[in-house]
Design a binder for this molecule. Sequence first.
Ligand code: ADP
Ligand code: ADP
Length: 239
Amino acid sequence: TKLLQLNEVHKQYGQDTKALTNVNFTVNSGEFVSIIGPSGAGKSTLLRCINRMIDSSSGDIVFDGQNVNRLKKSELKQLRTRIGMIFQHYNLVERLSVIENVLHGRLGYKSTFAGILGLYSEQEKRQAYAILQMLGLEKQIYKRCDQLSGGQKQRVGIARALIQDPKLLLCDEPIASLDPNASQTIMEHLRSICSSMGITVLVNLHQVDVALKYSDRIIGVNKGEIVYDGLPAGVGPEE
Ligand code: ADP
Ligand code: ADP
């Protein structure tokens, strides 16, 4: 079934930077889709329009039956629980522990940090432990995030998104700051989150080989336009 549909989406920054031009595609529930293309192609802009971190200039973005562009500010918080976001630079609160970062994702970003663990029920904490265990972070639960490796930090980022029980994960260059081993671990986790949990994954990658290896489908973007949409096997060497 259809989970996400983009119709004639355009995004322009300022007077003359056309970041997205007439973008059209549909993503079905359970798909693992990689968006590939050179730096500046518009990949990051595309993901940020989908969860309304930024507004597209025109066109429709329909997620789970709702037109994202028409949501009010008060409805955006709810949208972002159903669309998890993973960032290249993790966006963790470094001085807090792993478990606090994960539960913080649940509480929302306006909350105070003081005594955060006391704000949660045992059931919420158990859910956080289970997700962290699944991601191989059981030994890091009470460590501060500034003591973790990059690969561990990214797994905390994934856990923070998963605890919201999202339908869609948007991952913006999730492995661009990681070494090959950590990159492989992250991609395997994303792949299994898609296959076992049924969560749809849309991931920006500049490493074409990685995209081809893990994806059901590839969307190629260049200069704000979609230049390829199909199976990994159809991606030519020029992409
Ligand atoms: P990618 O993620 O593929 O590297 P981006 O979406 O970051 O591409 O950028 C697409 C284009 O939009 C680039 O030309 C970039 O310089 C421009 N751009 C991105 N963000 C902004 C912004 N906040 N203001 C102005 N231009 C931007
Ligand atoms: P990435 O390499 O992850 O795409 P960038 O270094 O291109 O990130 O962009 C970092 C930040 O700067 C982003 O928030 C982006 O929106 C903004 N940005 C990118 N290009 C421009 C631009 N030409 N003018 C203004 N802001 C920009």
